[in-house]
Design a protein around this ligand. Structure first.
Ligand code: ATP
Ligand code: MG
Length: 336
């Protein structure tokens, strides 16, 4: 599978690095199709979008007609052989960019898929990145059901179909999970050796690799943010405290539990841990809660270790990255 190019910093291009197992999984899906829509979640910035773009390119290479939707970035691609469908799609994109009704594109793939299959049995991939924000979280489950129907009850027969959806961890995961209409699969930050290759691709003066690893826990977005900030951890942490709204009332309310969770996130798994706090930490994208069994079968690419106290990973609860944990630690210290 040819690796795509990604711009990781202004003027710095690199190949999609590592994630070898994830690429094997794409090849397997291409071979058999996905029986359910695969809904991918994981820490913010762990590389979901990069992976979906790589998957789109790989599936095309393997003979698929590919629809790729990423409303938040305003990217819509139809890499399909049928010129009529392509024209139809581009017309819809044009309209959508005008009136910003992003949901229309998400829904249009159902009709366009039918349109393609009407003429000939084909292999089709629908790849939707962060569409739930565009169509509304309340419609996430219904959308996934629509995708499942496309797989299970197609109007015209297909040779194979692959449906991949990515979402940020949190509300949508449980909303979709309870219906069992999808294979929900977590994806973690990059494993150490692959992450090293991304680190090496960054030009200029850098901290030691081990230091970059300890701060980011293999999260590519955090690595690039650190690079952008001139490797100033302090700035990143301050921005996180602000953006995650670690306000004095939040800190005051949960101080005792947060102190314990900073030491060991797994304390949040204890039966007396307050549900309200857990909900807020999930919504703020600070932790991943209810982690999956580490059997690779359940995961996209390699699962994280069962436990890594240094990176803030527990068996059932984990900080998204050590920097997320650091933001909470700092807020506890500074807000009195
Ligand atoms: N395997 C990879 N090789 C090279 N660059 C990567 C890889 N994975 C991610 N990146 C880069 O790291 C950055 C963050 O990745 P990406 O945007 O894919 O994360 P994400 O999980 O989609 O984030 P979000 O939760 O914000 O949607 C991007 O600049 C991306 O190009
Ligand atoms: Mg993304």
């Amino acid at each position: 599978m040819k690796r795509i190019k990604l711009e990781i910093a202004p003027g710095v291009e690199t190949e999609f690095v590592d994630r070898d197992r994830a690429l094997e999984q794409v090849a397997e899906w291409a071979e058999r199709g996905t029986r359910f829509p695969v809904v991918i979640f994981g820490p913010e910035g762990c590389g979901k979008t990069a992976f979906l773009r790589q998957a789109a390119s790989g599936l095309r290479e393997l003979g698929y007609d590919v629809f790729y939707l990423h409303p938040i970035d305003k990217v819509f691609l139809a890499d399909v052989d049928d010129p009529d469908v392509k024209t139809l799609f581009l017309e819809l994109v044009r309209k959508t960019l005008e009136d910003e009704k992003w949901g229309r594109m998400a829904l249009a793939v159902f009709d366009l898929t039918r349109e393609i299959l009407k003429k000939r049995r084909r292999k089709i991939a629908i790849i939707a990145d962060d569409v739930f924000q565009a169509i509304g979280l309340d419609k996430a489950a219904a959308y996934v059901k629509g995708l499942l129907n496309t797989i299970e009850h197609p109007v015209y027969r297909y040779e194979n179909i692959v449906v991949l959806v990515a979402t940020s961890e949190g509300v949508s995961r449980s909303e979709i999970g309870r219906h069992r209409w999808a294979d929900i699969m977590p994806m973690w930050n990059m494993a150490k050796e692959g992450f090293r290759r991304l680190y090496e691709a960054i030009p200029g003066v850098k901290p030691l690799f081990e230091e970059a690893w300890r701060w980011t826990g293999g999260n590519p977005h955090m690595l690039l943010e650190l690079h952008k900030s001139g490797w100033n951890v302090d700035r990143i942490v301050k921005a996180l405290i602000r953006d995650k709204e670690l306000t004095s009332s939040f800190i005051a309310k949960w101080r005792r539990w947060l102190q314990k969770a900073v030491e060991d996130p797994e304390t949040l798994w204890s039966p007396d841990a307050p549900e309200e706090l857990i909900k807020q930490l999930v919504e703020k994208n600070l932790i991943v809660y209810n982690m999956y069994d580490r059997d690779p079968y359940f995961w996209i690419d390699q699962p994280p270790p069962e436990r890594d106290p240094e990176l803030g990973i527990g068996k059932n609860a984990a900080w998204q990255t050590p920097l997320h944990r650091e933001a909470v630690r700092r807020a506890l210290e500074e807000i009195t």
